[in-house]
Design a protein around this ligand. Structure first.
Ligand code: SAH
Length: 211
């Protein structure tokens, strides 16, 4: 169910779907996705699908995690990364395996608590988690070399753009609930270069926090 063969099948599937960065494939191969979901769903952990994690949210599809990570590290591996939407903590674990420092924000408290326990169990002590509205970024730790959001909305929050370091890259789904596009923003001085890529569907980027 969670065997090396099952995981290798997922890696092959990701390759077929266009993921080629060996660093990303290695991290996905070595990250135990079954530990980030309910035990009852563990038999689907290495399928390339999003799965429910409670509170109306989902653990991202492995292809989405791989694609966003590949885009984030494409030019250089960012040292300092901000993630918006910790959710299960799975993408957080993938980022932490590649980048020096990861700050991750989640608006739903019980999800954050669960993610914290899982990341601690995996020995990922360098990850910083915060219960907050990620629309405001994490001002006290800015600037970030990379910003990745796992929830979509029609516009990119100004605060996130202003917390992106010069030379940094932001990756986020942008669009309405039914139709979003993975969008990459490269900051060069005060110039923000936006590129629209794959059609995707994420849970919404909401305002405020839930306890
Ligand atoms: N990468 C995560 C995806 C979780 S789904 C995983 O694989 O598990 C996206 C998450 O974004 C949800 O947990 C949702 O609660 C959170 N979210 C939505 N809007 C947010 C906001 N404004 N600030 C912080 N988190 C937010």
């Amino acid at each position: 169910m969670t065997s090396a063969r099952t995981r290798e099948r997922l890696i092959n599937r990701l390759r077929e779907k266009g993921i080629h960065d060996p660093r990303v494939l290695d991290v996905i191969r070595n990250t135990p996705r079954h530990l980030f979901i309910d035990e009852a769903l563990a038999h689907q952990a290495y399928d390339d699908t999003a799965l429910p994690i409670g509170h109306g949210q989902t653990i991202s599809q492995p292809w989405v995690v791989a694609r966003m990570t590949e885009l984030l590290i494409e030019k250089t591996v960012p040292g300092k990364v901000l993630e918006v939407g910790t959710g299960s903590g799975y993408q957080t674990a993938v980022l932490a395996a590649l980048c020096e420092q990861v700050w991750s924000v989640e608006r739903i408290r019980p999800l954050q608590d669960m993610a914290r326990r899982r990341l601690q169990t995996l020995g990922m002590a360098r990850v910083q988690l915060r219960h907050a509205d990620g629309g405001f970024g994490w001002a006290s730790e800015a600037p970030f070399d990379g910003i990745l959001a796992a929830c979509g909305r029609p516009d990119i929050p100004e605060e996130l753009l202003s917390q992106l370091a010069d030379g940094g890259r932001l990756v986020m789904p942008v669009g309405e609930a039914e139709q979003q596009w993975l969008t990459v923003v490269d900051r060069i001085g005060d110039d923000f270069r936006t590129t629209r890529l794959d059609a995707v569907r994420f849970v919404p980027f909401r305002r405020g926090i839930l306890r």
